[in-house]
Design a protein around this ligand. Structure first.
Ligand code: SF4
Length: 328
């Protein structure tokens, strides 16, 4: 059953570049369509600055789209700050990268886990206490840690507290934006496993945003790869990892250390281009090792392939290659 839909969503920022009032437009999200079903996980991956975090903020109504529509449970997303949006926030929770920044250093773990219940007026103080104990246990913390403050905990424990607090109101959807990238590598796997367990236990849907394609694959039922505000490939992780169809996806996967890999690695050259000066045609063409002439002039559409995935590349679809390929 569909929970969250983003339909051709666009978000543009106008950046002021000089004291003379010159400004430029940045198309942070440029026509993204996504569907997330109840109890499922959608991974959104790409380099820093590709628009994935903006897409996450649009998905929960923290930002309003300039065009397109975000629907939650079939209803258009309410504007941030309105009463319907505040009610919805109990059902949609966010987990960010920095757990210390997300927690209040002056409040105990117990107070912070109960806080959303107090804000949303759910239950009595005794029920808040019971729920806090259940959640503390669910995220693998000891009962005595309820009395501790954030600075007394490790990074992994703090993120566990953030997760417990996010689950307090029994949400339908968890939006996790780089939830483990600030943690030690040894702790990352624990928190990712915990997220998987919590999702199964609480029946959550999850939008998992990360730059790490492999990490996303550990959790996601479906993966969407973003480049400069657009989705360039989307499908089931095992298919994408076994045979990435888009050169950008191939490069992201190649960047993941793998001692078992044989042969040359496709190298992604150059920095991501300036989003305010989007390249013509396929935005990836200045970095693409297989670009052909048409790539500089025509933006490839996101088209379905034979195995159920969608790909935006002139050379990824059978029958298209021969007619469009030419020297770059
Ligand atoms: Fe590379 Fe062209 Fe495909 Fe873009 S459309 S990814 S430039 S081959």
């Amino acid at each position: 059953m569909t929970l969250l839909e983003m339909d051709d969503v666009r978000r543009t920022y106008r950046l002021r570049r000089s004291i003379f009032g010159h400004s430029e437009e940045v198309h942070a999200v440029n026509g993204v369509s996504l569907v997330l079903h109840r109890g499922r996980t959608l991974g959104l991956v790409g380099e820093s600055g590709c628009g994935k975090s903006t897409a996450g903020r649009l998905a929960v109504g923290l930002e309003a789209p300039d065009a397109g529509q975000v629907r939650y449970d079939g209803v258009p997303m309410a504007r941030a700050g309105t009463r319907p949006w505040k009610d919805l926030r109990a059902r949609v929770q966010l987990v960010f990268q920095d757990p210390l920044g997300a927690l209040d250093r002056r409040l105990t773990v117990a107070t912070q886990i109960k806080e959303p219940l107090v804000i949303h007026g759910q239950g009595s103080p005794a029920e808040h206490e019971r729920r806090m104990r259940v959640l503390l246990d669910a995220v693998g913390m000891r009962p005595d840690q309820a009395a501790q403050y954030p600075h007394e905990l490790s990074g992994g424990q703090r993120q566990r507290v953030v997760l417990a607090r996010a689950l307090a109101t029994n949400p339908d959807l968890l939006v996790c934006d780089e939830p483990v990238s600030a943690l030690d590598v040894s702790i990352q796997a624990q928190v990712v496993n915990l997220l998987g367990d919590l999702q199964a236990e609480f029946g959550l849907a999850m939008l998992f945003i990360s730059h790490d394609l492999k990490l996303v694959g550990c959790l996601a039922d479906e993966v969407a790869v973003m480049y400069l505000g657009k989705i360039v490939e989307q499908g089931e992780p095992h298919k994408i990892y076994a045979q990435p169809a888009h050169p950008y996806t191939r490069a992201l996967l190649a960047a993941v250390p793998d001692p078992a890999r044989r042969g040359p690695r496709p190298v992604l050259t150059g920095e991501p281009p300036n989003p305010a000066a989007r390249p013509s045609g396929c935005a990836f063409h200045p970095r693409c090792p297989i670009a052909v002439a048409i790539c500089k002039t025509e933006s490839p559409a996101l088209l379905p392939g034979a195995d159920g995935r969608v790909v935006a590349c002139h050379l990824a679809h059978d029958g298209v290659r021969s007619s469009k390929a030419g020297p770059s």
